[in-house]
Design a protein around this ligand. Structure first.
Ligand code: GRF
Length: 210
């Protein structure tokens, strides 16, 4: 598939951008057939911006401070994404809740990666909360984004065993390794395999005919 016929993907970040890097690397390897057309950060100093520039991906910063209310910030995001003809939006450590208007502009076209086995431990500090709760298994989840925090239909999950000697950072590091594998794989499937959502269930199997 020539580069300009590949599905156009945007990645939204707020910080480090290691999941963005995993997506960049998967595209470079050819295991993710997509064109990373835009990286948007809500923070000018996000380290992930440099990763995008290094890979030749266009970047923009849209700061909530420039918009009086959340809806206006969301609209600015939507405009930028539409201007770049984005077909799929991947949140990768994007620390802003997106409103209904945003989600409606990209119905079932926004994915997120979260460092726990949702619906357990949504929101920030998921790895610490999992450890403190004493769960024996945590993991990573790729899900569709809805206006409720970390609550959309689940696309893919992989479990990570919690070890007796784990600290927050050792557990987070093992979960992050898994994130870097499942996010590009899930994006590839959503872009190139048939899938459907029934209720909350995302399924990749072809619909039953009988
Ligand atoms: C990851 O743990 C991701 O699951 C969560 O935020 C973190 C972002 O890390 N949503 P990075 O910026 O991709 O390195």
């Amino acid at each position: 598939m020539s580069d300009d016929r590949l599905p156009r993907v945007a990645v939204l970040i707020s910080g480090r951008g290691s999941n963005l890097q995993a997506l960049i690397d998967a595209v470079a390897r050819g295991s993710l057939k997509a064109r990373l057309a835009l990286v948007v950060s809500n923070k000018a100093n996000a380290a992930g911006l440099a990763r995008a520039r290094e890979a030749g991906v266009e970047t923009i910063v849209i700061s909530p401070h420039d918009y009086p209310e959340r809806a206006a910030f969301d609209r600015a995001l939507v405009e930028a994404l539409q201007l770049h003809r984005i077909e799929l939006v991947c949140l990768a450590g994007f620390m802003r809740l997106l409103g209904r208007e945003f989600c409606e502009a990209f119905p079932n076209r926004v994915l997120n990666i979260h460092p726990s086995l949702l619906p357990a431990f949504p929101g920030v500090d998921a790895q610490r909360l999992a450890l403190e709760h004493g769960v024996k298994v945590s993991g990573a989840t790729v899900h569709f984004v809805t206006p409720e925090l970390d609550a959309g239909p689940i696309v893919q999950q992989v479990a990570v065993t919690v070890r007796e000697d784990d600290t927050v950072s050792s557990l987070a590091a093992r979960i992050l390794d898994v994130e870097h594998v499942i996010y590009p794989a899930a994006v590839q499937r959503i872009l190139h395999e048939p899938w459907r959502i029934e209720g909350r269930r995302v399924s990749f199997a072809a619909p039953r005919t009988s």
